[in-house]
Design a protein around this ligand. Structure first.
Ligand SMILES: Cc1cc2nc3c(=O)[nH]c(=O)nc-3n(C[C@H](O)[C@H](O)[C@H](O)COP(=O)(O)OP(=O)(O)OC[C@H]3O[C@@H](n4cnc5c(N)ncnc54)[C@H](O)[C@@H]3O)c2cc1C
Length: 448
């Protein structure tokens, strides 16, 4: 008889959800958790499903918001995280906020009382050769395990920090101001020669931008967060602090670029944006990792000519975060290509946030269970929120510049016949969520 045991490492958002899903499908789950004996700098308890910071699962609007849609999909799939959140919900307008202690206690009790789940406390420090495993060890994966993962993947494919540059919806960029061109028109093909989107600045605009950067509200680093960080990737406001011209000689240098709208005008500085997904719906602002607070970011970035009406798929940030270069390392079953007995789930796969991490746990739990049961099963289609995310991290994202991603409509394949731009947005989002619900339901039904 085949061994139907699944080991899951990490009882956070993803590991708890993965355990619940697999156990409900009849799999014996051993859930390994290092807390409370081994601590992280952010967790406070030994409970499963502990929320390390905010107590919000963000928008619960499943018609107009991609996060709300992910809630809907997880509820449809009998998700433990969503059921616990609904049970311990607090009033928060359109957002889903919870009583964090009651929420985590509920998850812990549900898992501990499940007949198919056993819990083993202790740190796992290696990638095992035998058995089926899911590693859901999160952004604060223990250092020893981090080392073991890096040994397997190569150190350049496991990051210990994220340095996220803001990501903008392509449709919200003013193309009467911005133009497409790679520096010095580099590249063999026209696509490569036009790989970047450029936003020009005059001297006055540049000076005002630097003033705003220097004055903006910034987030402080957590204790223990900065070690080893600053070598690679300075936040733009830190570069600006080093000298007003630093950015103009760094990520905002204007050389090798000609304004397609005003070829005779030489820009004083240029902000470049690079395509962030295969669909071409998202662009990231190159080199603009930042510790500015979210409110300040939108204000400051909208000063960039061409981005006055920008909509942000995600804002920038810099955090302690262990994550894989999933586009190169994982297959679409979330298995490590070099060690198919090992899956990864949650934030360590390069998604960001409680909701996204739980969703990736749900998927990994179901995929692993199907494999153990000898049932063929693929991920949900890319038209669903869960499918859009998994397709992004295991294929659609640019591997070279891969940074953690939130769920957003920019990851969804466009809908035929829908109006683009801001005006058509409400109808388009409803179209995305209607399509997703139908196709997610079909995906679920195919498994029953
Ligand atoms: C400081 C901080 C603040 C954050 N704030 C927010 C926020 O406000 N909102 C939001 O949506 N997201 C936030 N995040 C991101 C958040 O961590 C994720 O959204 C979510 O918790 C990730 O879920 P996960 O299951 O992947 O990881 P986690 O929830 O962190 O779970 C991982 C689990 O694995 C365990 N573990 C680690 N290594 C080992 C090992 N070697 N052996 C055994 N067990 C191990 C850990 O103890 C932990 O229980 C924050 C992250 C950090 C670090």
């Amino acid at each position: 008889m085949t061994d139907k045991t699944l080991h899951i490492v990490g009882g956070g958002m993803a590991g708890s959800e993965a355990a619940w899903q697999a156990a409900n499908l009849g799999i014996n789950v051993v859930l390994h958790e290092m807390r409370p004996a081994v601590e992280t700098f952010a967790h406070q308890t030994g409970n499963f499903g502990e929320m390390v910071c905010s107590n919000s699962f963000r928008s619960d609007d499943d018609e107009q918001n991609a996060v709300g849609l992910l809630h809907w999909e997880m509820r449809a799939a009998n998700g433990l995280i969503m059921a616990s959140a609904d049970e311990h919900k607090l009033p928060a307008g359109g957002a889903l906020a919870v009583d964090r202690e009651a929420f985590a206690e509920h998850i812990t009790a549900k898992l501990k009382s499940h007949p198919n789940v056993s819990v083993e406390y202790g740190e796992i420090t290696d990638l095992p050769d035998d058995g089926m495993w899911i590693f859901a060890t999160g952004p604060l994966t223990s250092p020893k395990l981090g080392e073991a993962i890096a040994k397997e993947t190569g150190t350049d494919r496991l990051a210990f920090f994220d340095a996220i540059a803001p990501i903008v919806y392509a449709e919200s960029i003013d193309m009467d101001v911005a133009w497409l061109q790679s520096r010095y028109d580099k590249g063999e093909t026209e696509e490569e020669q036009k790989a970047y989107l450029n936003c020009p600045m005059t001297k006055d605009q540049y000076e005002a931008f630097i003033d705003a950067l220097l004055a903006a509200d910034k987030t402080e680093f957590h204790e223990g967060e900065t070690a080893g960080y600053f070598d690679g990737c300075l936040p733009i406001e830190v570069m600006a602090e080093r000298g007003r011209e630093t950015l103009r000689h760094g990520p905002m240098k204007p050389i090798g670029l000609t304004n397609a709208h005003k070829p005779e005008e030489k820009a004083y500085a240029v902000v470049q944006l690079r395509r962030d997904n295969a669909l071409g719906t998202l662009y990231n602002i190159v080199g603009f990792q930042t510790k500015m607070k979210y409110g300040a970011q939108t204000e400051v970035f909208k000063m960039i000519p061409g981005l006055e009406n920008a909509s942000f798929a995600r804002l920038g940030g810099i955090h302690r975060n262990t994550f894989l270069n999933s586009p190169t390392l994982l297959d679409d079953q979330m298995r490590l290509k070099s060690r198919p007995n090992i899956r990864f789930a949650g934030q360590v796969t390069g998604v960001e946030g409680y909701v996204e991490s739980s969703a990736m746990g749900l998927l990994a739990g179901r995929l692993a269970a199907a494999e153990l049961l000898g049932v063929e099963m693929g991920p949900p289609p890319g038209t669903t929120a869960m499918g859009a995310l998994i397709h992004h991290i295991t294929g659609g994202a640019e591997a070279k510049t891969f940074q953690p991603m939130n769920v957003n409509f920019g990851l969804f394949p466009p809908l035929d016949g829908m109006r683009g731009g801001r005006k058509g947005r409400k109808e388009r989002y409803k179209g995305y969520t209607d399509r997703a619900k139908e196709e997610f339901t079909q995906w679920l039904e195919a498994q029953s």
